[in-house]
Ligand binder design. Structure first.
Ligand SMILES: Cc1cc2nc3c(=O)[nH]c(=O)nc-3n(C[C@H](O)[C@H](O)[C@H](O)COP(=O)(O)O)c2cc1C
Length: 384
């Protein structure tokens, strides 16, 4: 007899990604805030979202799109929709299956998972369960040998695309974390226990060693994480050239915030650019990414693929980004909250919500495929 999958049943009742965020409140406050929060006054965190809300659609009156095709390709990989899962570290703080669950969910949904350079499962284990393409996100370390070893491991495990994050070399001040006394990885501090006492299911999993840092393979990954964070260095042109010489596959740079950086990036042989401010978690006061996107798209002028992340919570946001020239968007918090609320079933549900909303929005704009999207479908007056 097969049992009822309560996580899937409960996840299926969640209507939107913002509702999924509310369901993730089953986490202790400190852990919820570590995912939800941003740097400083969280101006950039809020602006990422608000900037999408300010953009209005301009649907044509006479258009018909009875059936829609959401498929596209990302750096040559076919995907079911123009959306992939952003690299987010330490997923095991949220659910025992961590990145393994995310990789499985991404594969089922027919899209790509970009695995964090500070994942809580070894990159080989994640590749072992993945059925779809993976990106490997690299944080550049001062120790070149360690970086070379990381690249070799990623290549051997089958990662084809390398994504170098350039906006997180200085530790940001995330005030919620400071207030919550959060340590990464979470140790059994008094504050965390007190907060977790009101979240018995998370606390029980923590004590069993399923979440946090006590699990088997996770221990190694956590040691890795701490070493990585201590050794982060800035990515200069020389460093990027050094990486390019050591990675044969497609190379993506994540964390671009101005159009006039693009020429140099292209000269250095980059194959993709992610317009990102790290979801408002790094430099507070940076511009909303969807507002930066057009200037990057113009600078790149079709020579490489451009992606954007930050504040994507709706299928309609994906449509706006693609209409403005993004090849695809990356989502971060939205799927992390799915993972926190219902594990793999939660990530499945988040991806399904995006797919349905994306399909509906495309239809209402009279587009039968993502290639039909263009800036004329957005009201000029709403585009800043
Ligand atoms: C909990 C969490 C952990 C993250 N860890 C990483 C990371 O390890 N590497 C990285 O490049 N970006 C990391 N990011 C940033 C995401 O890749 C992405 O840029 C951001 O979440 C997008 O914004 P959104 O959360 O509003 O969708 C993290 C984001 C979150 C929320």
């Amino acid at each position: 007899m097969t049992g009822i999958d309560w996580n899937a049943t409960r996840a299926a009742r969640v209507v939107s990604t913002s509702e999924m965020r509310k369901r993730a409140r089953r986490l202790p406050r400190a852990i919820f805030d570590a995912v939800d929060g941003g740097a400083g006054d969280e101006v950039t965190l809020r602006e990422n979202r608000r900037a999408y809300e300010r953009i209005a659609f301009a649907p044509p009156a006479l258009a018909d799109a009875g059936s829609r095709d959401l498929t596209t390709t990302i750096l040559g990989d076919p995907v079911s929709m123009p959306l992939l899962l952003a690299p987010c570290g330490m997923a095991r703080m949220l659910n025992s299956a961590g990145e393994l669950a995310v990789a499985r969910a991404a594969g089922k949904a027919g899209t790509i998972f970009a695995v964090s350079g500070v994942s809580s499962y070894p990159l080989e284990d994640i590749a072992g369960v993945a059925t779809g393409p993976l990106w490997y996100q690299l944080y550049l370390l001062s120790d070149r040998e360690a970086t070379t070893a990381k690249l070799a491991r990623a290549r051997t495990a089958g990662y084809r695309v390398l994504c170098v994050t350039v906006d997180a070399t200085i530790a940001a001040l995330r005030e919620r974390d400071v207030r919550n006394g959060l340590e990464i990885p979470p140790a059994l501090s008094l504050r965390l226990v007190v907060g977790a006492l009101r979240k018995p299911s998370w606390l029980a999993a923590f004590v069993r060693g399923e979440v946090g840092d006590a699990g088997l393979g996770a221990r190694v990954a956590v040691r890795d994480f701490v070493t990585t964070i201590r050794q982060l260095i800035g990515v200069t042109s020389d460093e990027l050239r050094w990486i390019r010489e050591r990675w044969e596959g497609p190379l993506v740079v994540k964390g671009v915030m101005r159009g006039d950086d693009c020429e140099e990036l292209l000269r250095l042989g980059v194959d993709g650019i992610v317009v990102s401010n790290h979801g408002g978690r790094q430099l507070d006061g940076a511009r909303a990414t969807i507002e930066i996107l057009p200037e990057v798209v113009e600078a790149v002028n079709g020579r490489v693929e451009v992606f954007v992340d930050g504040g994507v919570w709706r299928g309609s946001d994906v449509v706006k980004a693609v209409a403005l020239g993004a090849r695809a968007v990356l989502i971060g918090k939205a799927y992390m909250f799915g993972l926190a609320a219902y594990g793999e079933a939660g990530v499945d549900r988040v991806l399904e919500i995006f797919r349905v909303e994306l399909d509906r929005t495309l239809g209402m704009l009279g587009c039968s495929c993502v290639a039909d999207l263009n800036p004329s479908l957005l009201a000029k007056s709403s585009l800043g």
